[in-house]
Design a protein around this ligand. Sequence first.
Ligand code: NI
Ligand code: MN
Length: 234
Amino acid sequence: MDVKVTLMKLTFYGQNCFHIALQDKQLLVDPFISDNPLSKDKVAIDSIEADYILLTHAHEDHVLDAEAIATRTGATIVSNYEIAMYYQQRGIEVHPMNHGGKWQFDFGVLKMVQAVHTSSFADGTYGGQPAGFVLSADGHTIYIAGDTSLTYDMKLIPMHYQIDVAILPIGDNFTMGIDDAVVASNFIECDQIIGCHYDTFGFIEIDHDKARNAFDQAGKTLHLLAICESFTVA
Ligand code: NI
Ligand code: MN
């Protein structure tokens, strides 16, 4: 199969929020900006463009701005069934998925994979089970782990995909910490890691040098992007 390879540009908006610019479409992952102390003054939230908003789970630090951005842009929310129905009731276009399922979208193929965490909305509404995504588009494949512990299921991912870049949580306390994230990068057989879910709150502050060194020791690179900094998957 011939796949035209073009650049995939990832821009970090704090916590687990990334904008993904593809050849023809724009995706936004886990928008949490307006109440994020690290990004609320740096990200022009009203100019973010999105055709799709991917939500890994229902926690506030992942979905806070999803409804407003989807309403403004007309973006389709892609998430688990329960989260999709929650937003559909609010008049938003949705695409429900569940673990193990993949779908050929107009931007590429998205697969929903396991994450070990919890998922409820701020008002207590059940938010289904948390997930990660494997995104294949424009000749690249990335893994967006979402909030998760290290899990042996990650070993299933490289059976089907060669992951170019992985976005892994590294802040510990609520998710994997650095040591487990290094093991995760081995499980998924990926050397280029973008860290997320760190420094936003007191519980998840990390030592950046220590984190980079841990990945260096494993022969891998940990990228800690500044807010609004972009990373190009070439
Ligand atoms: Ni969470
Ligand atoms: Mn979180």
